[in-house]
Design a protein around this ligand. Sequence first.
Ligand SMILES: Cc1cc2nc3c(=O)[nH]c(=O)nc-3n(C[C@H](O)[C@H](O)[C@H](O)COP(=O)(O)OP(=O)(O)OC[C@H]3O[C@@H](n4cnc5c(N)ncnc54)[C@H](O)[C@@H]3O)c2cc1C
Length: 726
Amino acid sequence: MTKMGVVDVRQPLGDDGEQRRERRAWHHDAQALHELAPDLPVLPGPLTEYRQMASFDWKQLRVLLEDPETLRVKMNLWRKLEADPMFAHPKATPSVEEQKRHVAVQLKRFVEINLIPREVHSWGYKNKTKFMMAVNAATASWNKNLSVKFGLGVSLFTNALLSLGTERHLPFYEAVWDNKFLFCLGMTEVGHGSNTKSVRTTATYDPKTQEFIIHTPDFEAAKCWAGNLGKTCTHAMLFAQLYTADSCHGLHAFLVPIRDPETLTPYPGVKVGDIGEKAGLNGIDNGFAMFDHFRIPRENLLNRTGDVTPDGEYESCFQNPEQILGAALENLLAGRVAISQESTHDLCAAVTIAVRYAAVRKQGSPRNSKEELSILEYPLHQWRLFPYVAAACSFKVFMDLFTDQYLEIVEQSYKGAEMKDITSMAAEVHAIVSAMKPLITWTCASALQESREACGGHGYLKSSMLGTMRADHDATVTYEGDNNVLSQQASNWVVRHWSLAKQGNSAALLDASPLGTLNFLLNAEDKLKKRFTGTSKTDVMNAHFVMASYEWLLCWLTKALDNQLQKLKSAGVDRFTARAEVQAFYAKPLALAYGENNVLCYFWEKIQTPGIPSEIKCVLERLLVLYGLWGIQRHFVIFYRGGYATGSQLADLVQEACQTVCNQLKPDIVAIVDAIAHPDAVVKSILGRSDGRIYDHLYDAFMSQQGHMERPAWWREVAAKPQSKL
Ligand SMILES: Cc1cc2nc3c(=O)[nH]c(=O)nc-3n(C[C@H](O)[C@H](O)[C@H](O)COP(=O)(O)OP(=O)(O)OC[C@H]3O[C@@H](n4cnc5c(N)ncnc54)[C@H](O)[C@@H]3O)c2cc1C
């Protein structure tokens, strides 16, 4: 497995240089280009003009930024969804109830017509999960409601079932894939979300009947928010505190019947319903449930990490309940990886719409010029959008490479393969995911807002799709681990290794970070002595400056966080309070910077692939530099606070460089979004189509609304009263 450390771009040889020589050369075949990057419309117009300015072939970039196999799965799925009327998008917004019905029947069809072929299940963990993740991301771009419903009810559930359950649970796996059962994942309660340890639903074992009694003590302990629970699920994978006669053994997962699969009538003892209309994702029936001494068979405990014997003896391979919970939750990590992939897709769609619109939309002109300028020509507009384009490309590459590593590690551990550093790998993967899900979903959320604004008033039209995407995407920063809480787990892991860095113990650091994401801590004290000495914008407009600055930033943040924690400890502050004290100004910036650095390192690694055409390499380097400088200017305070720079030089040069790189990217930007764009039928935006005919599509949208030019049926209520003729 390739390590993804910080690459010293000045030193191509040495350990990293060896690795580079082993890299497989990049190549593409003409057939792949034709299939995965269908030709774009060649109508004369502003998009064509910008396309003609491009310095590279967008088709080649497309199959470089994403594994062609994964892209092929997505393109095939999109074609099938487009061809089936059941998956067509309604023209007007349906009622909330209708949205739920529509998505529920779409899910049924999704499984019925084998959009996921049966043979996938025999492919082995890595290939199967990679395929499913590609299907999930593609479905999310088509309709996020459908992917969430499918993810929770089928794919995430069956994945979790395989890792938490044992042979006796396989019939549930089969029933879900046969469309007989639909699941929900019930962790969150009305009174507890992030602090999963404290959920209060109980599962008490009764040895007389060999059953668990599921019980909700009060409304605050009601299960809440679970997708599919509101109206449609037949079962829940429910997390509850397991009690036997003698004690509580902590949180465990149980398979709990909720509704009769044939009538969808809830079982007696389960009070269940929908939580009501939400800000988005209204095709999902998020629900609540309260259990009144509801009995389930002993075998419905998912017993891979802990079990109860028929006579009530608790057995576990772990010492304490927190370890058991940790193992159970670790299995949900795939959900966070999938969310990061979906979010990357949404980010690509957002910038596709905004950049294409910016190329076509003309507003204002210089004095004495009759020709109006495309808003893409304005440096402010470039600065608002281009960093998000850079982020989209970088995240795409990161997710592609990291997903492969992640799945490989899980597969090897399932096989029981001899991996000496499996424990440290698991911890590192957990930290990476805990940093990346917040970074990617937050970046996408702000990109959606910026793109909406960048399209002006028309961006506010529902048919621009930006509002719908923004509302549906919004929840990703909260579910599957709230971003702020999740990022604490990443910073905790990083700071734990500061003592090794301080001792200069490189060997131990390398052991602790088999994927190399802690390499910035190697020789940390020396790195911290570095000072900014640049004198011209070329000193900062390169990958070496960006990556070396990030190393300094990360070392400083890690050391500062450790110092703060030590100071609080010496003052007698307990661990919990100390960790809370340092969150805002040390831990959260560290987690974000760690995530950004991971993106830069993986992207850099990708750029080094031999065989990439030089003109594409040049574009990729510009994107990397822009993404990095964008981050550096957000962290200016730390660079000055930590003494890396004094005076205005750093800020002046970085700002100048940002503007210059944007200007350099301008002729290529339309072709770059062509490379990351989903097909028109998937993006569904009248502003973001590949033909760039925004005004034709706006006209069609205005004219195709039902009754749009008719007098309203309620006209009498508002029209002036007739004047009396007397
Ligand atoms: C659309 C949607 C779908 C969902 N689907 C499911 C599902 O299928 N199954 C399920 O079980 N749940 C589901 N959830 C619930 C989701 O997992 C929780 O909302 C999430 O875990 C956060 O918990 P909470 O809402 O209780 O927020 P809280 O934990 O109460 O957090 C509220 C705020 O406090 C902050 N905060 C909390 N703890 C700390 C701390 N220690 N330090 C600093 N700040 C802190 C958080 O950052 C957050 O901003 C869904 C939620 C949504 C919105």
